[in-house]
Write a protein that binds this ligand. Structure first.
Ligand code: SAH
Length: 483
């Protein structure tokens, strides 16, 4: 199978830097299923073409063929796998062009981030959904698509139209985007993957799909195809994609609290700092060592907890990959010594779907998160948090809407942040917290956060939920009784 990438961006031979492969050399790579060769058929200043040729070892195919369900007896020996752009090509791509896919380029970092004219040609693509499906996958991403059907041998005409095409896609884009799109979409077109598809494929799909898949009109078919139609994985991925789209539209402004309206009004009070300090202190006083920060955002609370050895296991979960990336660098996770690194994990996930990874913790913090959820989704969060994750202690904060009247810049009727779906008065928060606590067997206590005003109360409010039954809470409750 053969993939060629061409650019006319000048000097075109800079493509060599982007691909991290010298244009004068032919390089070969051993893969566990065969070999890949990388070379440049043309490398001029005005046009540069690089090719990846993948050869699949026939012995590998023979062995694998015995395990392919529903394959005919001849399948291991007679099949299209050596020729078509399939998951074999994608594995080769990810191994041979690892840095280019991730957008890294030491020599030309600005070029790696720049949209340049790029064309990818694939000698054979198997597309059961026909040319139309091919177009539906690539055109929404801005590609011009050319597809030439490759006729079947006349012996096979009774099989109907050929599903094989020579394909090219062309756009002004970054090389990393082009390679990523191919990486995700080729196995979808081909409708097969030669390896076992498990949960890590969901993570891979979400990672590679970030920024485009959640809004792609064919995201469901792409997700199903990529995950080999495995229903549980598809459900998991789609749930998270939907969250990404809904929560992601405002990712930047919402998770970076530095320049939004909320921060503008709250900053003079140092309110966010007060919140985080209070939460960290309460967690410690309650004797919680293993805790999860739900909707951790850019990791401000996590950072604080990491600085205190009292906390032995710290997990942050957020729906926004961007926020998690910022948290990752804020916490300098790549530089931490191993023992420290073991203490912390960041998870991509949605608080509105049950998630075994957040079950069994001493405590959960939910700081300034609920007001970002639509009320019907809040129900889901209640179930996930209090019904399934069931930590011994939940510390949850949210703004007190009554206090907004004290900020003339805000006006009494507006909310502190454009993404807030609601802000509650003290009475509303108290009623909600009381009702949830009663439903899920927690005891709740509400505390003001920030300087209290006699008329409107404090700017923020905290609910402290303690589990009243269940084994998970025993240690914390005992500690609390000692206090
Ligand atoms: N707790 C952090 C961030 C608050 S901003 C802090 O106090 O600094 C709200 C965060 O909740 C955002 O990072 C947002 O991505 C996240 N969020 C919103 N809805 C979510 C959901 N359904 N599941 C997981 N995270 C969510």
């Amino acid at each position: 199978m053969l993939l060629s990438i061409t650019t006319t961006h000048q000097p075109a031979s800079d493509l060599g830097y982007l691909l991290a492969k010298h244009p004068d050399r032919i390089q070969s790579f051993e893969l566990n299923f065969g070999q890949a060769h990388f070379f440049y058929p043309e490398a001029r200043a005005d046009l540069c073409r690089a090719s990846l040729l993948v050869e699949v070892d026939p012995i590998y195919l023979t062995r694998r063929g015995q395990t392919v369900r529903d394959a005919g007896a001849l399948y291991p020996y007679v099949n299209d796998r050596p020729y078509v752009a399939s998951s074999f090509l994608c594995v080769a791509l990810s191994q041979v062009l690892r840095s280019a896919i991730s957008g890294r380029c030491k020599e030309r970092p600005e070029l790696a981030a720049q949209a340049i004219p790029l064309r990818a040609e694939l000698s054979v693509v198997r597309c059961r959904g026909g040319e139309e499906f091919l177009r539906r996958l690539f055109e929404p991403l801005g590609y011009e698509v050319e597809a030439a059907p490759l006729p079947l041998d006349s012996h096979f005409e009774e099989w109907g139209p050929s599903p094989y095409f020579r394909v090219s896609v062309e756009a002004e884009t970054t090389l990393a985007q082009l390679l990523t799109h191919l990486y995700v979409l080729l196995p979808v077109l081909d409708h097969d993957k030669h390896y076992w598809v498990g949960e890590d494929e969901v993570e891979k799909l979400l990672r590679h799909g970030e920024g485009w898949l959640e809004s792609h009109p064919e995201r469901s078919r792409i997700t199903r195809g990529y995950l080999k139609q495995r229903p549980s994985l598809v459900r998991m991925a789609l749930a998270r994609l939907v969250e990404d789209e809904e929560e992601g539209s405002e990712d930047g402004s919402r998770s970076s609290r530095t320049d939004d309206r909320e921060d503008f009004v709250e900053r003079p009070l140092g309110l966010h700092d007060t919140r985080l300090k209070t939460v960290a202190q309460l967690l410690k006083e309650a004797g919680c060592r293993r805790m999860v920060d739900l909707g951790c955002g850019e990791g401000r609370l996590l950072k604080r907890l990491m600085e205190d050895r009292h906390f032995t296991e710290i997990v942050g979960l957020d729906a926004s990959i961007r926020a998690l990336e910022i948290a990752h660098s804020r916490l300098k996770l790549d530089e931490l010594p191993e023992a420290q690194r073991q203490r912390i994990r960041l998870l991509h996930g949605a608080l509105t779907y049950r998630d075994a990874r957040i079950e069994g913790f001493d405590a959960a913090a939910v700081v300034e998160v609920i007001e970002h959820l639509d009320p019907p989704r809040l129900r889901a969060l209640e179930r996930v948090l209090f019904g399934c994750a069931k930590p011994g202690l939940v510390l949850l904060t949210t703004p007190n809407r009554e206090y907004n009247a004290k900020w003339p810049a805000l006006g009494a009727d507006s909310l502190r942040h454009p993404d807030h779906r609601f802000e509650w008065t003290r009475a509303e928060f108290g009623a909600w917290a009381g009702e949830v606590a009663a439903r899920y067997a927690y005891a709740v206590e509400i505390r003001p956060l920030g300087p209290s005003d006699p008329d409107v109360g404090a700017p923020s409010q905290l609910a402290l939920f303690r589990k009243t039954t269940g084994a998970g809470s025993t240690a914390i409750m005992e500690k609390h009784h000692e206090d």
